[in-house]
Design a protein around this ligand. Structure first.
Ligand code: CTP
Ligand code: MG
Length: 218
């Protein structure tokens, strides 16, 4: 679980994973969901420098320091997995309300034999490809597009190879882990995402997250 980002776009003046919704930090909610998943046995949290002992991380099996990019943070977490780990889920703490069922569905698909499994939802906006001058150069068919989420699941060896190859190529800031497996030339399977697995990125996302929590409590 990567939680070491700065949260610049949220603009709360502290690492995003430690911003509260419903009186608890995002990473606390994310840890609770991961721990409630039947197939999740060992959670490694990648935390910002100096936050490793924060009580919000008490449910983690291990806490390791983050890197300068998300990709580096994932690599730090991978290096801390127990030796006998066969499958790994990579999750953004910022997707703090992704439900346990989503972790289990992704894990089940990895255990069924897929090298890489990512949850995705149909996109609601029409997307345009634009050039540097702001001119539209293409309109991709929306039916073929998915907005992807985490947790993303992998065979442990596959993900380690994907990260090692990225380092060799000089990639330092991949947008997600799925793309690193694509670049190995391996297949990536998309399963149904979940509306609650949205990423808290901008201030209005905190409003939505609070509303989802309140609805769950009602
Ligand atoms: N992340 C991380 N280490 C980094 C950068 C990001 O562990 N160096 C984590 C974040 O904590 C988050 C996830 O990766 O859970 C997705 O990143 P993002 O939404 O971009 O979070 P931030 O980088 O914190 O936000 P921003 O880009 O607005 O600064
Ligand atoms: Mg970021």
């Amino acid at each position: 679980m990567v939680a070491a980002g700065r949260g610049e776009r949220l603009g709360e003046g502290r690492p995003k994973a430690f911003v509260d919704i419903g009186g608890r930090p995002l990473v606390w909610h994310a840890l609770r969901a991961a721990s409630a998943a039947a197939r999740v046995t060992h959670v490694v949290v990648v935390a910002p420098d100096g936050m490793e002992d924060d009580p919000a991380l008490a449910g983690a099996a291990a806490v390791v320091p983050g890197g300068s990019t998300r990709q580096h943070s994932v690599a730090n977490g991978l290096a801390a997995l127990p030796a006998d780990t066969e499958a790994v889920l990579v999750h953004d703490a910022a997707r703090c309300l992704a439900p346990p069922e989503l972790f289990d569905a992704v894990a089940a698909d990895v255990l069924a034999g897929h090298d890489a499994v990512i949850p995705g939802l149909p996109v609601v906006d029409t997307l345009k490809v634009v050039d540097a001058a702001g001119m539209v150069t293409a309109t991709p068919d929306r039916a073929a597009l998915r907005a992807v989420q985490t947790p993303q699941g992998f065979g442990r060896g596959v993900l380690e190879r994907a990260h090692a190859a990225a380092v060799e190529r000089g990639d330092v800031d991949a947008p997600d882990d799925g793309v690193l497996v694509e670049r190995l030339g391996l297949a990536v399977h998309v399963v149904a995402g979940h509306a609650d697995a949205f990423k808290v990125t901008r201030p209005q996302d905190l409003l939505l997250a609070s509303a989802v929590l309140a609805r769950r409590a009602a």
